[in-house]
Write a protein that binds this ligand. Structure first.
Ligand code: SF4
Length: 169
């Protein structure tokens, strides 16, 4: 599928990566608005394709990042993140009204600030009560087993052990 946009891609907003191919890669024809006339004789088939593309996008794990990419990069064709080019033009105007004419820079600065906050949070020690709970939990239950889904009974048991441990501490 062609990803037409007016300007060079903005490196601050790369197209989102997924571990498995998205529907727009496996069925690009669904997303191609150039294939049918939404107002003419083939209207029904074209509308049905558009609906299928929209449904695929709503279940897509990268829909939010895809929409940002499509807005920032001024894509002028095809469906991206459930939106048509006309809808994206409206969204761009709204963003410009809300954030000003340099809304792309504003979004990029917000993203950068968010990444910095997340990085700082990873290096901030836990507050004392939380650290105490984590420590007690490790003592009582051993290290966390990765990706383990606890049953309701196990969760209950863990909770009562933890509460008993906290009372005793
Ligand atoms: S949200 Fe974007 S990446 Fe996901 S299927 Fe739709 S167009 Fe493709």
């Amino acid at each position: 599928m062609s990803r037409t946009h007016h300007t060079d891609p903005d490196p601050r907003f790369p197209f989102p990566h997924t571990s498995s191919p998205t529907r727009c890669r496996t069925r690009p024809e669904l997303f191609d608005l150039g294939l049918g006339d939404l107002s003419g004789a083939t209207k029904k088939a074209a509308q049905e394709r558009l609906e299928q593309a929209r449904r695929a996008c709503s279940a897509c794990p990268v829909v939010t990042a895809c929409l940002r990419w499509a807005l920032v990069n001024e894509t002028t064709e095809n469906v991206f993140a459930s939106t048509t080019p006309t809808q994206r033009r409206v969204l761009r105007r709204r963003l410009a009204d809300r954030l000003g004419p340099d809304w792309v820079d504003v979004l990029a600065a917000r993203d950068q600030a968010r990444r910095e906050r997340a990085k700082a949070a990873r290096h901030t020690p836990l507050p004392v009560p939380q650290a105490r709970i984590v420590h007690l939990d490790r003592e009582l239950n051993g290290p966390l087993r990765p990706l383990l889904r606890l049953t309701a009974e196990e969760q209950c048991l863990n909770r009562s052990r933890l509460e008993a441990g906290l009372k005793a501490a």
